[in-house]
Design a protein around this ligand. Structure first.
Ligand code: NAD
Length: 286
């Protein structure tokens, strides 16, 4: 197991920013990188703005907010992550991009550094294989919004060494997260369990077994779920739900992951859920 002092975060979107915030709040120095320095700096400014709001609401002490902000250092390139003990990659979900970023990270960071990916669907085993340090590559799958969601799935690629796994599990605890361990397989644990629920809820709607409201109320009051499955699908984005279903259907070859025609039609119509103003429900556009 190795000690983590400096943490690199590559990809400063909603997930990377959340990871940077949580790590800085836990006392780590965070080097935050995106495609360029401007994007990384903007992301830091947004994090600092969010911390300031927490101070105004009385949820965070001003000195703590300032110290957290000070520990986040925006940087301009992957080369600037050279002194990181661990880099968590949270860039756009695209296979070719991620493989390229891991090749570059592998060349940039010190030999003993660990590399983690926050990918939702890409094989960690495949990512590890493009580096010269496959035993030091692991998945750390955080949930959105990172500061609020307690879970981290730690994904062991078939190459991941025990020491790498133990280090990131310890890190997850220091970030005040609860870690679960998953083998490297599409959807890991959470999305693997979630997808059949979402797809079945869409099938029940498609088959006219209940209204959208009744299907969601059934799950909320009958299963004690905080959100109904149709409401949650709209929140995730119906294009994303369809994309995950297609990956599962292809990778597992199991018909239980087939996408309902209704889902395909909604996506084709541009009814992508909350972000589009319309999905299973209609929303005021922001
Ligand atoms: N959004 C979620 O709910 C969620 C949950 C868990 C995991 N994830 C995963 O986290 C990752 C990021 O998702 P997100 O929702 O934060 O997306 P996002 O679009 O908010 O952020 C992606 C960031 O990657 C940056 N990026 C693109 N190309 C880059 C490059 N060449 N070098 C460096 N940075 C680059 C973009 O500029 C952007 O800031 C994805 O792998 C996604 O699957 C997302």
């Amino acid at each position: 197991m190795s000690e983590i002092h400096v943490l690199g975060v590559l990809g400063a979107g909603q997930m990377g920013s959340g990871i940077a915030q949580v790590a800085a709040a836990a006392g780590y120095t965070v080097k935050l990188a995106d495609a360029n320095l401007e994007l990384a700096s903007k992301a830091k400014a947004k994090i600092v703005g969010g911390l300031q709001k927490l101070v105004e609401k009385g949820k965070l002490a001003a000195p703590d907010a300032a110290a957290t902000g000070d520990r986040i250092v925006p940087v301009g390139s992957i080369a600037d992550l050279a002194d990181a003990d661990l880099v968590i990659e949270a860039a756009t979900e695209n296979l070719e991009l991620k493989l390229e970023l891991f090749r570059k990270l592998d060349a940039a960071v010190k030999p003993e550094a660990l590399l983690a990916s926050n990918t939702s669907s890409i094989s960690i085993t495949r990512i590890a294989a493009v580096t010269k340090r496959p035993s030091q590559v692991v998945g750390m799958h955080f949930f959105n919004p990172v500061p609020l969601m307690k879970l981290v799935e730690v994904i062991r690629a078939i190459q991941t060494a025990d020491a790498t796994y133990e280090t990131v599990k310890t890190l997850a605890a220091k970030l005040n997260k609860t870690a679960v361990t998953a083998k490297d397989s599409p959807g890991f644990l959470v999305n693997r369990i979630l997808m059949p629920l979402l797809l079945e809820a869409i099938f029940t709607l498609e088959q006219g077994l209940g209204s959208a409201e009744d299907i969601d109320t059934a799950a909320k009051l009958g299963l004690n779920h905080p959100m109904g499955p149709l409401e949650l699908s709209d929140f995730i984005g119906l294009d994303t739900v369809l994309a995950i279903a297609e990956v599962f259907h292809r990778e597992f070859g199991d018909s239980k992951y087939r996408a309902p025609v209704m889902l395909r039609n909604y996506v084709a119509a541009g009814w992508l859920g909350r972000k589009a103003g319309r999905g299973f429900y209609t929303y005021e556009k922001k």
